[in-house]
Design a protein around this ligand. Structure first.
Ligand code: ADP
Length: 260
């Protein structure tokens, strides 16, 4: 089963002449495929041992009778880091699935409005000691044809990010609008904002604006890459606007054919 991948490029000159460049990119394509398979396999293989480690750590923490209290702090730290690793592996697997999955027949009507209260509740739980206000606007009739698990993942990533990066007392608006040109799902926060030079790189894998600030928020740097891929699979796109010191808006744009 040998296939060749060719890349075409046509340049038009003012005098009407054209230059056709054909490049054989089979090797590049195969290397890229190997990279994707490797990431998917390693993430998959690491999941089981990590589940065992997390399970035993939980048992050790729960069964503490006070006689070994000097181990409590390190055990909690190990548990926290092991959970971080788990969410990293889950995100990597999700990304690999998104990259490799072909057009699928699992698409069905998805009621986004039904998802939002649960996502809001989980996001508020992420706030920890901070207080956030999350309002949901205009989202009563919100239905799309698509992949439910993926759409949920994209939307929750955006809402969780708004909570993760917005300071105590911050407010977050989740809103929906639609017309004959399509639908827009937006998450707006009044957090720190992002300066323009970072905006076009945010959806790259592992790209984080400020890794020292981010090390406390426990993210993986894969969230927005996942959002971008989910939207691409729904013929949509992610738009980001942000002002430093004022806040950010992340908007998922869906084409009209997706609306029900
Ligand atoms: P992470 O796991 O680090 O949150 P993401 O891919 O979700 O990864 O986001 C990439 C980076 O974009 C984050 O590390 C953060 O610096 C920035 N970012 C994302 N959402 C926001 C937001 N609502 N406000 C400010 N910065 C954000």
């Amino acid at each position: 089963n040998i296939s060749t991948w060719l890349q075409y490029n046509i340049t038009r000159y003012g005098n009407g002449e054209r230059l056709l460049l054909v490049r054989d990119v089979t090797r590049l394509h195969n290397l890229e495929q190997m990279r994707k398979d490797f990431v998917a396999n390693v993430s998959h293989e690491l999941r089981t041992p990590l589940t065992v480690v997390v399970g035993y750590l939980e048992t050790m923490i729960d069964s503490d009778d006070g006689s070994n209290s000097r181990w409590q702090r390190p055990l909690h730290q190990m548990q926290q880091q092991a959970r971080r690793m788990q969410s990293l592996l889950n995100d990597l697997l999700m990304l690999s699935r998104l990259e490799t999955a072909e057009a699928t027949t699992e698409e069905k009507p998805v009621d986004i409005a039904l998802m939002l209260p649960g996502i809001r509740k989980d996001a508020l739980a992420l706030s920890g000691d901070r207080q956030h206000e999350i309002t949901i606007e205009n989202a009563t009739q919100v239905r799309l044809t698509g992949l439910e698990m993926e759409l949920r993942s994209a939307i929750s990533n955006l809402v969780y990010n708004a909570v993760k990066y917005t300071q105590d007392g911050g407010s977050i608006q989740v809103s929906w609008s639609q017309d004959d040109r399509g639908a827009r799902f937006s998450v707006t926060d009044n957090g720190p904002g992002i300066s323009p030079e970072h905006l076009h790189r945010l959806t790259e894998r592992f790209y984080r604006v400020d890794s020292s600030r981010n090390s406390t928020t426990g993210g993986t740097g894969l969230g927005l890459a996942i959002v971008k891929h989910v939207l691409m699979r729904h013929e949509g796109e992610l738009q980001i606007t942000s002002t430093v010191g004022k806040g950010s808006t992340f908007t998922c744009v869906f084409p009209p054919e997706r609306l029900i």
